[in-house]
Each structure stands twice: as structure tokens, then as C-alpha cells.
Design a protein around this ligand. Structure first.
Ligand code: BYC
Length: 320
């Protein structure tokens, strides 16, 4: 079959909602864009452990500490499912990790902001995980099988993450004047960066059109962002708090909330490595990688010994 015919057959499968699996033929650009997106997603989960990890030792109660620990562990697990999904496309784990540690690979802009108070744990759960879920629910139906299945598992855990965040803010919102102020301040700081998680506006997105055509993405960046604004603009009322946007207003004609302009200069600045915590995040990842070298070496040595042992057993059986 010619490449042209293979491509036509591939697109027919996509159009018919048949999942693409690792051994199936696929255009090289489809493989590449999946490796790019899945590995960036994996890196986001791993780097995303850092801002919350910062508060594990300072959680205000045993219950909150246990919840936060479980959430951060879940994120490590999500990263591992996603690295495995990227490996099925031929990406090497070491290369992906090296690209993250050297600053070559991207990860979500959101994790380059600092977590200044305990209320930030609630705001991350409610807003950041809330944004992530909308995106990941869509990705449960992405066309590449292993990525879709990884997202199904991730979403189950993520919905607990969002609920615990909202519940934690609800407690603060009913607390002392100081707690209420802390809650509002966290919402004010995390709102705009959360909107940036959905990526550049559609007119600036380089990958939207092709990814929609291949059903890697089912909704555009702006569609998902609008869905998020509509959801949060209602939920914030339950907290008795406000969102820091004077242009936020229900538009009866559009049946959506209008909202103000995102600071795109800030977004690209953070994506390019110049956000408030980019350097700190990469330094923490590199330190963890260096300190884990002995664990990786021990695991390889153990695997080699086990192989040798089973080979010797096999040989002695064969000789007997
Ligand atoms: N930050 O063409 P576009 C979590 C890049 S973590 C940085 O629209 P695409 C959690 C983009 O990569 C969940 N970079 O791209 C963990 C592209 O650059 P390249 C994270 C961004 O891929 C711990 C360029 O801008 N979720 O849940 O079609 C605690 C042009 O953009 C960002 C995922 O990773 C950004 N925000 O669409 C709590 C979901 N946005 O590579 C929670 C998977 C864009 O061409 N990813 N860029 O040089 C996706 O769904 C898509 O990749 C995006 C962007 C919607 C993010």
C-alpha cells in the first residue's frame, strides 16, 4: 500500500471512532504530536507535585495532611501512566526525563507559580484540578488508545482532587475574617493562571487544527476555557467569594459568561522559562534525579542478577 493509501485508511479509522493502537500504522506527525502532548502531560503531573509538596509538612491537621499526601502520590502515579503511554509510541523514558530536566521540554505553565498560603492547596484543587479535569475528560476520548485509557484512570482520581479542594476552601470561606481573606487572596492569585492552562487562544494555537482533525483533541483551547469559566463562575457563588475579573458577566445571547482578556505576555513569559518559579522547579527535579541515581543503578543491577540467575537455572535444567 502506498503512503497515501495508508494515510486515507488511517483517517477512515479516526473518523469511524476506532482507536489507534501502538502497532497500528500511523503518520509520523501523529506519532510525534502524541509523544509531545503525552510527555508534556506527564511532566506536568510530576512537576505539579512540587507546589503542593511544599505544604505537606505544614498541613493544618492530620486529616488534611493525609489527603494532601494521597493527592500528591496520585499525581506521581498519573505521571507514570503517561510516561508509559508515551513509551508505546517509541519514546525513551530517559530522553523524556532528560528533556524535562534540561529545560527543553514544556510542562504546564501553572506549576511555575508559588504556593504562598494554605488556601493555595484548596485553590489548586478547585481551580487547577478543575481545569485539568475538563481537559482530561475530553482526552478520555482521544484517538490514541493508551493515552485515552490512561486518562480514564486519571479522571477517576482527579474528581476527588477537585472536590477536596473545593471543600477545603468552603471551610475557610466560613471561618474567621482572616481565613476568608486568605481564601479570597488564593482565588485572586490562581484564577488567571488557571485560565492559561488551556493554552493560547485558538487563533494562536499551532496544533489545534491538526489535533482536532486527528481527534487527539476533541475541543479547542477556547471552547474548553469557556466551559471552565461557565462552571467556576457559578461555583464561586457557593463560596461567597468573587473572581478577580470586572468583565465577568453572563451573556444571555451567547448563553455563556463573558470574561476579560488574559495577559498573554505573562503566559508566554512563563512558558519560555521566565515565570516566578521555573528555575526553582527545574532545580528541584534535577536534584531529585541526581539523588535517585543509586536507586536506578541498584534496580538495573538487580535485574541483571535475576536474569543471570534464571539463565543459570535454565542451563542446569537443560544439562540435567
Ligand atoms: N503551559 O498549539 P497549542 C494536573 C504550549 S497536570 C505550557 O494550543 P496543544 C495536575 C504547547 O505545548 C495536567 N505550555 O498546543 C497535576 C505548544 O507548544 P509546542 C496538565 C503550553 O498541545 C498536579 C504551544 O504552547 N494537563 O492535572 O494543541 C497538581 C502552542 O499551544 C500551555 C495536560 O498537560 C501551557 N498551559 O494544546 C494538580 C493536558 N498551553 O509543544 C493538577 C494535555 C500550550 O508546540 N495537554 N502550551 O512547542 C493538552 O491538552 C494540550 O497540550 C494543551 C495545549 C491544551 C495544554
Amino acid at each position: 500500500m502506498s503512503v497515501h493509501e495508508l494515510e486515507a485508511q488511517f483517517q477512515r479509522k479516526i473518523d469511524a471512532e476506532v482507536k489507534i493502537e501502538p502497532r497500528d500504522w500511523m503518520p509520523e506527525a501523529y506519532r510525534k504530536t502524541n509523544i509531545r502532548q503525552i510527555s508534556q502531560h506527564a511532566h506536568s503531573e510530576i512537576v505539579g507535585m512540587l507546589p503542593e509538596g511544599n505544604w505537606i509538612t505544614r498541613a493544618p491537621s492530620l486529616k488534611r495532611k493525609a489527603i494532601l499526601l494521597a493527592k500528591v502520590q496520585d499525581e506521581a502515579g498519573h505521571g507514570l501512566y503517561l510516561y508509559s503511554a508515551a513509551e508505546t509510541l517509541g519514546a525513551a523514558r530517559e530522553t523524556m526525563i532528560d528533556d524535562l530536566n534540561s529545560g527543553k521540554a514544556k510542562y504546564s505553565s501553572i506549576f511555575n507559580y508559588p504556593t504562598l498560603t494554605w488556601a493555595d492547596m484548596g485553590a489548586i484543587g478547585w481551580l487547577v484540578d478543575g481545569a485539568a479535569i475538563l481537559n482530561q475528560v475530553m482526552l478520555c476520548r482521544t484517538s490514541y488508545g493508551p493515552y485515552a485509557r490512561a486518562n480514564v484512570r486519571i479522571c477517576k482520581e482527579e474528581s476527588f482532587h477537585q472536590r477536596q479542594g473545593f471543600e477545603s476552601l468552603l471551610v475557610l470561606s466560613k471561618g474567621s475574617a482572616e481565613q476568608k481573606a486568605m481564601c479570597q487572596d488564593a482565588i485572586d492569585r490562581w484564577w488567571w493562571p488557571s485560565l492559561m492552562m488551556f493554552g493560547p487562544k485558538d487563533s494562536e494555537s499551532t496544533n489545534n487544527d491538526q489535533s482536532i482533525h486527528w481527534k487527539i483533541k476533541r475541543k479547542t483551547n477556547d471552547e474548553l476555557r469557556q466551559q471552565f469559566v461557565d462552571m467556576i463562575a457559578e461555583q464561586v457563588k457557593l463560596l461567597g467569594m468573587t473572581l478577580p475579573d470586572q468583565h465577568l458577566k453572563w451573556n444571555a445571547e451567547r448563553q455563556h459568561f463573558d470574561f476579560g482578556e488574559i495577559n498573554w505576555e505573562e503566559f508566554w513569559n512563563v512558558v519560555k522559562g521566565n515565570g516566578p518559579c521555573n528555575k526553582q522547579r527545574l532545580a528541584a527535579r534535577n536534584k531529585a534525579h541526581d539523588e535517585g541515581a543509586w536507586v536506578r543503578a541498584a534496580a538495573v543491577a538487580y535485574a541483571e542478577k535475576s536474569n543471570e540467575r534464571s539463565q543459570n537455572n535454565h542451563n542446569s535444567w537443560a544439562a540435567a
